[in-house]
Design a protein around this ligand. Structure first.
Ligand code: GDP
Length: 303
């Protein structure tokens, strides 16, 4: 599995809880389902989702007449993948690229979730695919954010458009979009400030940025990716709700999955936000980013 590295913790947490449950498996009874529900809740799947999964498993186990441990395991895996995919039937897990001209991707999220790191990793990934990549340091508020993006730019050998610290991020965005158009870049990643003030301010700031972009390129931004730190559990979910109410978020990047034993957050996000997880961060290094694949993820838990 492509999640071999990076999911050890979730595998020893979420996965191990499920595996322990199955290791003690004798037969399917009410206690089994109650324990399953508990294991799911403890893994940040979310209460509603945990109840829904175990309810549907009860049905499915009956329907398929699953009795052996292997049969029951298979039903659990199938159902979890199914549930994940069903909820997002109409969602695109692929990045929406511009038909022509540069693709503009806005990264939003609160400080420290891993926005800059994700941009650095994605820039390297896209450049390897032969794309011409440009970065914009529009997080002009956090001390060191501009420099941090420039470090990634150097490492990836990708240019970074930046202004002075505390300058208007809108000006940086304008310069970057103009450059991307004029010099035929394939993708522009915009790092934004993650100030989680009140909803109105957040909304105004994001809308202003989007307006500047779409004035230059009418169908842009092509993606607004919300970056969430999976180690913050339910907190990540409430942040996500605020951002979702403030702007049209098109997808999630879930970082630091390597740092949590509660990978069930992936399912909770799908269930509660109805947003596709597009990428997952599995470490601090440049290669530690993977396009998200629900079935590989769930199968990875039962290794
Ligand atoms: P930003 O404020 O949202 O731009 O966050 P940063 O990109 O500065 O990341 C904050 C910290 O999280 C840094 O120390 C990163 O190295 C670390 N980080 C980011 N993504 C991951 C990840 O997927 N796994 C781990 N373990 N650390 C990460």
């Amino acid at each position: 599995s492509k999640y071999e590295k990076g999911l050890e913790k979730t595998r020893t947490g979420f996965g191990a809880r499920l595996n322990a449950l199955l290791a003690n498996f004798r037969h399917v009874d009410e206690e089994f389902f109650e324990n399953l529900e508990e294991a799911l809740i403890e893994s940040d799947v979310g209460f509603e989702m945990a109840v829904s999964i175990s309810d549907q498993l009860r049905e499915e186990v009956k329907l398929q007449n699953a009795k052996s441990k292997q049969d029951v395991t298979n039903v659990i895996i199938e159902k979890m993948v199914d549930l994940y995919e069903q909820q997002g039937k109409d969602e695109h897990t692929e990045i929406n690229f511009a038909k022509s001209g540069p693709t503009i991707i806005l990264f939003v999220g609160v400080n420290g979730v891993g926005k800059t790191t994700t941009i650095g990793k994605m820039a390297a990934m896209y450049q390897k695919q032969g794309k011409k990549v440009l970065l914009a340091a529009a997080d002009t508020f956090r001390a060191g954010a501009i420099q941090q993006l420039q470090v990634w730019g150097k490492r990836d050998n990708v240019p970074v458009v930046a202004g002075p610290e505390k300058s208007d991020p809108a000006a940086v965005v304008f310069d970057a979009v103009s450059k991307a158009k004029k010099e035929n870049y394939d993708v522009l990643f915009v790092d934004t400030a993650g100030r989680l003030q009140n909803k109105v301010n957040l909304m105004n700031e994001l809308e202003k940025m989007k307006r500047i972009i779409s004035r230059e390129i009418p169908d842009a931004p092509h993606e607004v990716l919300l970056v969430l730190d999976s180690t913050t559990g339910q907190n990540a979910l409430s942040q996500a709700k605020l951002f979702k109410e403030s702007t049209d978020v098109t997808g999630i990047v879930l970082t630091k999955l390597d740092g949590t034993a509660r990978g069930g957050i992936v399912l909770a996000i799908r269930n509660e936000l109805h947003l596709p997880v597009k990428y997952v961060g599995l470490g601090e290094q440049v290669d530690d980013l993977q396009a998200f694949d629900a079935s590989e993820f769930v199968y990875g838990l039962f290794k």
